[in-house]
Design a protein around this ligand. Structure first.
Ligand code: MRU
Length: 360
């Protein structure tokens, strides 16, 4: 019975080869209902990403890689140029689903490189290589998150209070999450962390997803409204903050769910270390600073009526609903990657992380 499994026993995002489909758990229905979606059509995959049925930077990347593979598989031609033209149409379509998380573009570019580098191969061989790449992108994410967990764990000690914002949990990745990876690994090792999860207005990823997956997994998690984070920090309950991110610029500025920079600013006031957990797939060395990161704007209804029994704002009122904000690099105590922890000055240390990646 699917419904008896824990949420972390489900695949956030997977490829079903037999049915040529992208399999996701519909995150818009959580925590009330565990509904599995099997998507074959590229339009449905685009919608699933845009509507946040699958969300979180790494999961979006994996979904897009699988999506573009499924689209490529359907291309009916043996002519390379025609194949590549149609592949690029599918790639460009999927890349328009959300603008901020660089993992989307990173994963699609990896898939694109496969097509470009194997021009001399048959179309069916290219399709097989695309399959392998999509599977590799998914599999790598597990190792990456585990590594982030190991490095993150060196920054905290048993019994610590940890605050997080949004969901950078397993539901945002393939396994472990990024910000939650140190929490899950610490839990396995008896660290007894006291986790505080911001509910994360307006889409409540913290309440619906982070509090849910940590609670079901047996971690000590307390849900707070976003405007309570200063109180728990001032009370001395928080020893460290771990958040995920959607794009880190070359200077260390980091875009993450709206409200993250508020947490970072308050953390500085109370001398609490603020760590951004970022797979290298989320670090965009081609984006110079946070000012160059495109911030997604979302529909006003997410603020005025979603989740409420009745509309909670006057009809016609102006609404500003950016999905992300940028935390300035001077508020960030460290960027935890799968190759180690970068500390300021990030312009230098992030380059160092990529050197380590190359030599790994
Ligand atoms: O709009 P969402 O839910 O996709 O935003 C997700 C976040 O901001 C996460 O913190 C980020 O993608 C990192 S996930 C490991």
């Amino acid at each position: 019975m699917e419904n008896e499994k824990l949420i972390t026993e489900y695949d956030t995002v997977a490829l079903d080869d037999e049915n040529n489909s992208l399999v996701i758990i519909d995150q818009t229905k959580l925590p009330g209902k565990k509904e599995i979606l099997r998507l074959t059509d590229i339009k449905d995959i685009w919608d699933a990403i845009y509507l946040l049925k699958v969300r979180g930077a790494p999961a979006i990347g994996v979904a897009a890689a699988i999506g573009v593979y499924l689209a490529a598989k359907e291309i009916k031609t043996e002519d390379y140029e025609e194949f590549y033209k149609q592949f690029k149409e599918a790639k460009s379509y999927l890349s328009s689903s959300r603008p901020t998380a660089v993992n989307l573009f990173w994963a699609l570019d990896r898939m694109d490189n496969i097509v470009k580098e194997n021009k001399n191969k048959s179309i069916s061989e290219i399709k097989q290589l695309l399959h392998n790449e999509a599977v590799a992108i998914r599999e790598e994410d597990i190792w990456v998150c585990k590594q982030i967990g190991e490095f993150g764990l060196t920054l905290v000690k048993p019994g610590d209070g940890i605050l997080t914002h949004c969901n950078a949990g397993q539901l945002a990745t393939v396994k472990y999450g990024t910000a939650t990876a140190p929490m899950y690994l610490g839990h396995e090792r008896g660290y007894n962390f006291k986790i505080f999860a911001d509910e994360t207005r307006p889409l409540l990823q913290g309440a619906r997803l982070t509090a849910y997956e940590l609670f079901e997994s047996g971690l000590d998690v307390t849900l707070i409204c976003d405007n309570m984070s200063a109180t728990v920090m001032k009370n001395g309950w928080i020893n460290a903050i771990f958040v995920g991110c959607d794009r880190v610029a070359a200077n260390g500025d980091a875009a993450n769910k709206i409200g993250t920079s508020v947490v970072a600013t308050v953390a500085k006031r109370y001398n609490i270390p603020f760590y951004v957990c970022a797979p290298t797939s989320t670090i965009d060395m081609n984006t110079k600073t946070g000012a160059d990161i495109k911030i997604e704007q979302r529909p006003a209804e997410e603020v005025t009526e979603m989740w409420y029994k009745e509309r909670m704002a006057p009809k016609g009122v102006k609404v500003f609903n950016p999905a992300f904000d940028v935390t300035d690099n001077d508020l960030i105590s460290g960027i935890v990657t799968e190759y180690g922890i970068a500390k300021a000055p990030y312009t230098e240390t992030l380059k160092e992380i990529f050197k380590r990646k190359k030599n790994y």
